[in-house]
Design a protein around this ligand. Structure first.
Ligand SMILES: [Mn+2]
Length: 341
């Protein structure tokens, strides 16, 4: 195979910055030019690039409405309100729901989650989903990876006495939905230092703020970074800045101590015992999770080894699934339940 390479000729300025980095770091000019081309021009930035640190995660309270979101969640938990974690059916949405659901589960016995059906309801917040919340006595919905444009639907929920906290990373319109809190680093009034978070990443920041406000240890949250890594790789957000830290520690978790659900997917991808990379997530793990949102006949689910289903048949603290073998048609909601819990 013949490869045709197109090299971008470095500018005078880039060459100058490269030489400065060579002098400061003592690395080869090639490495230093690559760093400069990635916007890394100081020792400090190079250090953060090569050694990502959780201490460099941004203060979640810099995101607009974060204080309101945490206050409403604390109130809901204190009052034992029914809370619904609502996410999109793609990898970013389902990992986000998993992260928030798993993190909040020890603090609430009335937590539920909802994934709209791709074919019946389509993308994002649906009237059917809001009706489900109303019928089940839910008074707070946390939407993940969706909701930023759902002005009428949030209004509809409000009429039914349901509050919304929106966690999204899509570009907002000029008018924001009238929710209790709208968490999105792309808001025009946002001073949050990084705007390329995934939807799951925004959910993570919300949980980080919630943990901080209650003095809960970060270690419980750190375990869930495997989900942010999967979302970052699958949603193809840039792996720069804060995403790089979340992806780095998430990959570490995925390689050393993955959750049962992700371990099952790692096994069926043939990645057991191998070093899992971002490419493995993009091309092997992510598409399998995505499949649950597209599935109409459970084909993908029945391919899972029986031991996987058996191991997941009795998740602690939750309703028991009715059968140990996969059903013929598995809904996205059920698929998520099996995959991540
Ligand atoms: Mn997304």
């Amino acid at each position: 195979m013949i490869n045709k390479w197109n090299f971008q000729t470095p500018s005078e300025e880039e060459l100058h910055k490269r030489d400065q980095l060579v002098a400061e770091l003592g690395f080869s000019p090639v490495i230093c030019l690559l760093l400069v081309q990635r916007g890394i021009t100081s020792i400090e930035e190079a250090k953060k690039f090569f050694k990502p640190s959780l201490n460099d995660l941004h203060d979640p309270f810099l995101m607009p409405d974060m204080d309101k979101a945490v206050r409403r969640l604390n109130k809901a938990l204190g009052n034992k309100e029914k809370i619904l974690i609502y996410g999109d059916y793609d990898v970013d949405g389902t990992t986000a729901v998993s992260l928030v659901f798993k993190y909040l589960r020890p603090y609430s016995s009335t937590l539920d989650f909802y994934i709209p059906d791709r074919y019946d309801e389509g993308y994002g917040i649906s009237y059917k989903g809001i009706d489900y919340a109303a019928e089940n006595g839910v008074s707070l919905v946390i939407s993940l990876d969706c909701g930023i444009k759902a002005i009428e639907k949030i209004e509809y929920a409000k009429e039914k006495g349901i509050d919304f906290i929106i966690c999204d990373h899509h570009m907002p319109d000029a008018t924001l939905p009238d929710a209790v809190a709208v968490l999105d680093a792309k808001r025009s009034d946002s001073i949050y230092p990084y705007e390329h978070l995934s939807g799951c990443g925004v959910g993570f920041k919300f949980m980080q703020a919630f943990a901080k406000s209650n003095n809960f240890p970060f270690s419980d949250l750190e375990k869930l970074l495997e989900l942010t890594a999967v979302s970052i790789a699958s949603d193809i957000v840039p792996i720069t800045g804060e995403n790089r830290i979340l992806a780095y520690y998430g990959l570490k978790q995925l390689n050393s101590n993955p959750s049962l659900g992700l371990k099952g997917i790692i096994d069926i991808c043939g990645l057991t015992g191998k070093e899992i990379t971002i490419s493995d997530i993009v091309f092997k793990i992510g598409p399998r999770i995505n499949a649950s949102g597209r599935m109409m006949n459970g084909k993908e689910a029945v391919k899972l080894p029986p031991s996987f289903w058996a191991a997941l048949a009795s998740p602690p603290g939750l309703e028991q699934p009715e059968r140990q073998t996969p059903p013929a048609r598995i809904s996205p909601r059920t698929a998520l339940y099996f995959r991540f819990i």
